[in-house]
Every structure is written in structure tokens, then in C-alpha cells.
Design a protein around this ligand. Structure first.
Ligand code: FAD
Ligand code: MLT
Ligand code: ZN
Length: 475
């Protein structure tokens, strides 16, 4: 599948031998997995569009074990694919050929949590949702949230610099991650696991590993700043007559909800149709061309409800919104969020999905969706747009009965040239992984790409960590 669709040659790394397996067994006794059924799951990505053929999966528990494994791989010239929850959407989380899969699944311990500062220190394999429960019990929340929370690992989140549903309020992991521990390609442990809000001593090395998608080192532990748990969370789900109105609702929202606005997400009518058809979720408002999910988070329920009511009254009176419903209790808030969060899942039931994740000036966010519907005509089953409008991030997805080279040729490089022409980014939050490594040049200059190649060569001179990913072969 992978080699047919994506022409790529195996690089001359060594093959895993019986002696290597014995060495791994000495480092992590009983946690060297070679069973084909277990390997099958780890070799295929969440979207089931890329597949590797690794013969071994390693499950270390400690940083020291990761270090010993990488030291061995470095000596033996063995390629390694770091893997977290395997929810990545760009083919970065699975091997391309026979790279060793290094899973963080057993590195799932909280190291410490400070309930004054809200600083959490944990191993990289902690599942995001479990961390959120852990800090919630202590009066805090994780600064990020995403539909894959039940499976993705915090190390994977940092490695991809995941954005998600709380980005609008709490910003990028580049701000909330305070420290990292990383094992480099030769086994060196780089301890940058500080828990300081301010630290200007030299270069901020942890930033290199945030968003590096497993190509520069294996993240083994994370120090992250958690915000206090908001006392009141409300969600309004709105129907909107057009994209111009969606933008006007966003402006009104920012003006009227100000500091309590915590999310502004949108989806189009086709998304709603798909979550209904494939997941049997019911539309909570009248049918509309667009839907908006507005979340408020604050410290006073009455104050927030009053502000939200005022905003809704204005939006309905002015015709910007044609229908709306509000959730104030946890159950309804969850039901409304599911409509937005589960679009990815609904799309995956619709057929083959061509996924694009782009940043654009918010005024132009939906233009490409309309343009592509005309361009593709009936060759596409659905062309949908949804995403983190508040962050200028569009998820443009095209579904078809099956993968088609003709459809791919109609989409690429068109989507990328269009994005570059509008000075957007060809990957807003998912990263480049295996599928998008060759489009880096649409968003970065040749000098920037060259420097990235030099950094890779410095940190991983043998190119063992996640080969064939993130950087184009020529970088
Ligand atoms: P994996 O998929 O296992 O790996 C992703 C990449 O990180 C790979 O390149 C891997 O090699 C590398 N990696 C993993 N762990 C480590 C480590 N410890 N050290 C070094 N490298 C490592 N993404 C968003 O940004 N926003 C969203 O809103 C969002 N929603 C999603 C919703 C759904 C339903 C799904 C399926 C995915 C979604 N994603 C989203 C994409 C994905 O969940 C994120 O990219 C997530 O951060 C990946 O975490 P993971 O643990 O699954 O990593
Ligand atoms: C989302 O926002 O739902 C995720 O990034 C996943 C996707 O793009 O489908
Ligand atoms: Zn997203």
C-alpha cells in the first residue's frame, strides 16, 4: 500500500538480527514484542492509509531503558520509529519499512504535580485524557484537548505540537510546555525538564523537540503548566446562514464574551450530515449551511450565563444566527462537543479521506472549500470544511469511495499552491509526518529548510530517528 502510493526507497540501515533481539531482551526483559498480531496494530496508522512492516516493537518503562535501546540502535545502525498513541494523521507514527517501533505506552507515570503552580511532570506515555482526569481532581485542567484524547500520549502531543480545541484560550504547547527530557539518537539523555515559568539561560533547546515529530530525539518526560479548572463551562451551538455571518459572529463573540471565550469552532452542513449518517448523532438546531460551537469558561456561572445570553440575543436579533441551543450541564456540554469532535471519525466511515489541515487568514478560510467543490465535481463524494476558526485553522477534507490517483492529482499541488498564494501554512497543527514531508517548501523558504536539514544532521547524523518523515529527502 505505502510503497505503491508513495514511492520511496529503503535507506541502507541494518536489519534487526537475532543478536539485536537478544540485546533488547536484556534491556527490557519480557517487553520485546515480535508477535505478528500485536505488530499489525502498531504498523498501521489511525486512518489506515499507511502501513509499515516492522518486525519488532519495544516497550520501555524508563528513560534509562530508552537510552540503552537508542545507544544499541546507534551502534548497530538500526532505524527507529518513536510511537505514542498512534493517532497521528500524517503517517508519521508508523514505520515506512522495517524500522523498530519504540512505544511509550508503558511510560505512563505521573512524576509530580504541584497544586499551587499547576505544574505537572509526567512520563511521555501518559494518555492525555487520563492526565486531564488526574489534574481535574486537583482543581486544574490540561492546557490542550483534542478528539483523540482517549488514546494520544502527551509525548506524542508535544512531538507533533498538537493544537486542538483549547488552543484559542491557552495557546500553543510552545508556551505551556516548560521543560522536556529527551533521549538523543546516540542514547544521550538531555535533561531540560525544568519547571520554571521564566528561564532565559541560553538557547531554549526544548523548542527544537516540540513539533519535531520524532526526528530529533525521543521525548521521555514532559513538564507542563496546567491552568485552573474553570468553575463554569457553557457551550452554545448555533446555526448560521452563511460564512460571512460566521465571521461576524466571531467578531461579536470576541467583543461581547471577551475573557470568557474559550473556543470558537465551526463546521459546515455536510459535516453535520456525516455525523448524523455515520454516527447517528442528532442535529440540535435547525438545518443551516454552517454551525458554530462557542464555549465559555469562567469563574462565575451567573456572570458567564448573563454574558452568553446577551451575546445570543444580539446574534439572533441581528439575523447572524438563525437558531441556537445552550448547554450548561456537563452532559449537554459533552453532547454538543461530540458533534464537532467526532467529525474525523464520521469522515473515516465515509470512504477514503484526503485530509488537509491549513492555516489561512480567517476571512478566506472557507473559499477553498467552495472552490474545490466546483473543481472536483462528482469525482468527490464529499468536500467538507470544519475546524478551529478562532485560530485561523481549516480542516479541509475530501472523501471518495476509494483512493484515486486522478482525484489526488486534482487536489495536489492545487491545495498547496492555493494555500501558499494566500500566505497560509500547509500544516497548521498535524505536522508533516510521512505524507506531507515534500510540501514543507510551500510554507518555508529554502534557507529555512536547509537549516532544518543541518539541525537534523547535527542531532541525528546517521538519520536513524523516524527516517523518511518531516523533512524532504533533499533537505
Ligand atoms: P503518534 O500518532 O503515535 O505519533 C505522532 C508523531 O509523533 C510521530 O511522528 C511519532 O514518531 C512522534 N512521537 C510520538 N511520541 C513521541 C515521543 N515520545 N518522542 C518523540 N516523538 C514522538 N491533532 C491536533 O493537532 N489537533 C486536533 O484537534 C486533533 N484532533 C484529532 C482527532 C482525532 C479523532 C484523531 C484521530 C487525531 C487528531 N489529531 C489532532 C492528531 C493527533 O491526535 C495528534 O497529532 C496527537 O498529538 C498525536 O499523539 P500520539 O500520541 O497519538 O502520537
Ligand atoms: C480536529 O480538529 O477535529 C482534528 O484536527 C482532526 C481532523 O482534522 O480531522
Ligand atoms: Zn484540529
Amino acid at each position: 500500500l505505502t510503497s505503491e502510493r508513495y514511492p520511496v526507497q529503503r535507506l541502507p540501515f541494518s536489519m534487526v538480527s537475532e543478536e539485536d533481539l537478544a540485546a533488547f531482551e536484556r534491556i527490557i526483559p519480557g517487553r520485546v514484542v515480535t508477535d505478528p498480531a500485536d505488530l499489525e496494530v502498531a504498523n498501521v496508522d489511525w486512518l489506515r492509509t499507511v502501513r509499515g512492516c516492522s518486525k519488532v516493537l519495544l516497550r520501555p518503562r524508563t528513560t534509562e531503558e530508552v537510552s540503552c535501546i537508542l545507544r544499541h540502535c546507534h551502534q548497530r545502525n538500526l532505524a527507529v520509529n518513536p510511537q505514542g498513541g498512534n493517532t497521528g494523521l500524517v503517517g508519521g507514527s508508523v514505520p515506512v519499512f522495517d524500522e523498530i517501533i519504540l512505544s511509550t505506552a508503558l511510560m505512563n507515570q505521573v512524576i509530580s504535580f504541584h497544586d499551587v503552580s499547576g505544574i505537572l511532570l509526567c512520563q511521555a506515555g501518559c494518555v492525555l485524557e487520563e492526565l486531564n482526569h488526574y489534574v481535574q481532581e486537583r482543581g486544574f485542567i490540561m492546557p490542550l484537548d483534542l478528539g483523540a484524547k482517549g488514546s494520544c500520549h502527551i509525548g506524542g502531543n508535544v512531538a507533533t505540537n498538537a493544537g486542538g480545541l483549547r488552543f484559542l484560550r491557552y495557546g500553543s504547547l510552545r508556551g505551556t510546555v516548560l521543560g522536556l527530557e529527551v533521549v538523543l539518537a546516540d542514547g544521550t539523555v538531555l535533561d531540560c525538564l525544568t519547571s520554571l515559568r521564566k528561564d532565559n539561560t541560553g538557547y531554549d533547546l526544548k523548542q527544537l523537540f516540540i513539533g519535531s515529530e520524532g526526528t530529533l530525539g525521543v521525548i521521555t518526560a514532559v513538564s507542563i503548566l496546567c491552568p485552573p479548572r474553570p468553575k463554569a463551562v457553557n457551550v452554545a451551538f448555533l446555526g448560521c446562514p452563511g460564512f460571512t455571518e460566521v465571521l461576524q459572529v466571531f467578531s461579536t463573540c470576541k467583543g461581547m464574551l471577551g475573557e470568557i471565550l474559550s473556543a470558537f469552532e465551526f463546521m459546515d452542513a455536510e459535516c453535520m450530515q456525516l455525523v448524523g449518517q455515520h454516527l447517528h448523532l442528532t442535529r440540535p438546531v435547525q438545518e443551516s449551511p454552517f454551525y458554530i460551537l462557542v464555549e465559555t469558561s469562567g469563574s462565575s456561572g451567573d456572570h458567564d450565563a448573563e454574558k452568553l445570553d446577551g451575546f445570543l440575543e444580539k446574534a439572533l436579533d441581528s439575523g447572524l444566527v438563525t437558531d441556537g441551543t445552550v448547554g450548561t450541564d456537563q452532559r449537554k456540554v459533552q453532547v454538543l462537543w461530540s458533534l464537532r469532535e467526532r467529525i474525523t471519525e464520521a469522515l473515516s466511515h465515509d470512504g477514503y479521506v484526503f485530509k488537509y489541515d491549513i492555516s489561512l487568514p480567517v476571512e478566506r478560510l472557507y473559499d477553498l472549500v467552495i472552490d474545490l467543490r466546483t473543481r472536483l465535481g462528482p469525482s468527490a463524494k464529499h468536500v467538507v470544511g470544519y475546524g478551529h476558526l478562532g485560530d485561523g485553522n481549516l480542516h479541509l477534507n475530501v472523501t471518495a469511495e476509494a483512493f484515486s490517483t486522478a482525484l489526488l492529482a486534482a487536489l495536489e499541488p492545487y491545495v498547496y499552491t492555493w494555500t501558499a498564494a494566500h500566505r497560509g501554512s500547509v500544516s497548521a497543527e498535524h505536522g508533516l509526518g510521512f505524507k506531507k514531508k515534500d510540501v514543507l517548501g510551500y510554507s518555508k523558504t529554502p534557507a529555512a529548510v536547509q537549516l532544518m536539514g543541518q539541525l537534523k544532521a547535527l542531532l541525528d547524523p546517521k538519520g536513524l530517528l523516524n527516517p523518511y518523515k518531516t523533512l524532504p529527502a533533499c533537505a
